[in-house]
Unconditional design. Sequence first.
Length: 416
Amino acid sequence: MIAYVLKTYPRFSQTFILAEILEMEAAGREIIVISLEKPNDGRFHEDLARVRAEVRYLPERASGHPWRYFSSHGRALLRSPLRYLSALGRALRWLPTSWKGFLRAPLIAEQASEAGCTRLHAHFASLPAISTLFAARLMGVPFTFTAHARDIYHRSRSPRMIANLLRETERTITISDYNRRRLEALGGSLAAPVTRIYSHVDTRRFVPGAAPAREPPIILAIGRLVEKKGFVHLIDACALLARRGIDFHCRIIGKGPLLGELRQRIEQQDIADRVSLEGPRSRPHLQRLLPLARALAAPCVIGADGDRDGLPTVILEAMACAVPVVSTPVTGIPEAVIDEATGLLVPQADPGALAAALWRLLVDEELCRRLGRAARARAVELFDTHHNVRHFASLLDDCPCPTPGCAPVLEESQAL
């Protein structure tokens, strides 16, 4: 039994976790999900009904249920004083970033132990991984985690804490070679192995359609309406295309805090007849919509706060549908989108270059077909859900049990 520890489950934007759990179950793994928080999205994917895993939630807020958290620490101390004191020592040395995770750890350990879990896995090198590390040490079972993007690069993240996670885990998984190099630099020679397992797409469900829509051709953009998606630059690029008299319709799918700003930008550019903000859509809807697009625009940027995309799932979904992608050489994206081979890459935050690349796809159907065929082949070869998750499952099976207290505790100066 494997416990997946997540900050919030389910989340509408984290389709990759849902797909991974489903494929792990298909591979015969028993899973329980332990969520630190209850969801408040209000929308859930239809595939959620296929998940067999039990979901357990911690008390909603530690401040609201202090007795449950503190009593769990007392029980953990009585069960195994050595393990508890060893974990406590680390938590004290790693303050201030460790305390929230350590506070939650005994409750996670109790939930996982009750379910008969023999290993713990977390997604994101932030509160979920920190909590899971301490819980695994209290239980004496293997701990692994998957690092994505924001959890590595956002300016609020502590390089020291990430380095300690890398040294304490039995194995780190990450979604691109770009991330792997960064994590190996943070962890140094004492870190556990960092394995790149690419983000994935179900290439049996995301498949090419008969033909994209012709009148007008569709430029599709999908993602949360946040800075790192670069949608403001897409709107400016669409304004340039409109001024050139190019026929197209840009459909932006998603929700987020920049909705008002993007709507205002569309009005300022006077292109409301060319660009629409359409809100979030379900996976089945996207499976039908993607093959109709002439191109997927993913103009990702590195945000002012350091946040960035890792390897957006929507890029892989478009590739699987043989839809050419226009994106930027940010983080792991060039590992999927090879310029002029499986898609087109332009400099980030450059509406002119983005418009030029989109124009090429709007006027050259043969280029679209060539890039789309190559993109589909690359998606099947490197990013297939079935293959990548089975590889991930085999790595978890090979993880050794930890030796309590074996990893060194880092001082701040050692990790930077």
